[in-house]
Design a protein around this ligand. Structure first.
Ligand SMILES: [Zn+2]
Length: 243
């Protein structure tokens, strides 16, 4: 099925829209973009707790810095008619964070969980900031990650009130804006569950932490967050290599 679909909808590089061949970097980026993709990769993907506010999270990880071509790719995915890039970002998370083998054309990344124990019990996408907004990128990423990592996806979270746009807020305002803003859907039992939370972006960590708090209150044992990209200052060495 995946292979047949790929004939009609070939996978494309989210940075430049070129059709991907067998030489794609991590199965996601074309050769022309490999340099920028490497420069903007967050290595290691685990995010430093010193730069974000992860009060309710066990931790968080993201494969890319949210700047330059990555920022444009995320915005195209979220807002400007390229929703299928969510698949590439999800595959990148599977490869860089969970050690899946990169996809070859017409196939998905291959993930073997060698421990035999569930990494996580379920995947939960972060809901949109406003009830009327279509839950786009986090949901699409969560579904793809569920397929690749063989984990169930549950849209367990809702918002309790409309949130202000976070972009212009500082950390204290973001924490205030998101406090108590998320709740678990009635009847959801998360007792003892380890949850993988999926969002498009992590900036301060306030949103992911507020979501984690709601999940923990519903009995979850642990919440770890992943995102396509993270807002952090680029290390100086990477800054210097900007083309
Ligand atoms: Zn490209």
């Amino acid at each position: 099925m995946e292979w047949i679909l790929s004939l009609f909808y070939p996978r494309r590089c989210p940075l430049c829209d070129a059709v991907l061949g067998p030489d794609a970097l991590d199965g996601v980026f074309c050769r022309d973009c490999a340099g920028e993709a490497a420069r903007l990769s967050h290595n290691p993907p685990r995010l430093p707790g010193t730069e974000h506010s992860f009060y309710a999270l066990a931790g968080a990880a993201s494969p890319l810095y949210y700047t330059d071509v990555v920022r444009r790719a995320v915005l195209r995915c979220k807002l400007y008619g390229r929703p299928w890039y969510a698949r590439e970002f999800a595959d990148l998370i599977a490869v860089r964070i969970f050690g899946a083998q990169p996809a070859v054309p017409g196939r998905r990344p291959v993930f073997h969980n060698e421990t035999g124990l569930p990494l996580y019990h379920l995947i939960v996408p972060v809901p949109p900031r406003h009830r009327t907004l279509a839950p786009r990128m986090p949901r699409a990423m969560a579904r793809r990650l569920g397929v690749v990592l063989h984990l169930p996806v549950q849209e367990a979270l809702t918002i309790t009130r409309t949130l202000k746009e976070q972009k212009t807020l500082d950390l204290a305002q973001r924490l205030q804006n998101t406090r108590g803003a998320y709740a678990v859907r009635p009847g959801t039992d998360l007792t003892g569950k380890r949850v993988l939370l999926v969002d498009d972006l992590i900036t301060s960590g306030a949103t992911a932490s507020a979501c984690a708090q709601a999940l923990l209150a519903a009995g979850a044992a642990e919440v770890f967050a992943v995102s396509a990209a993270v807002t952090e200052d680029l290390p100086r060495a990477k800054e210097k290599q900007r083309p």
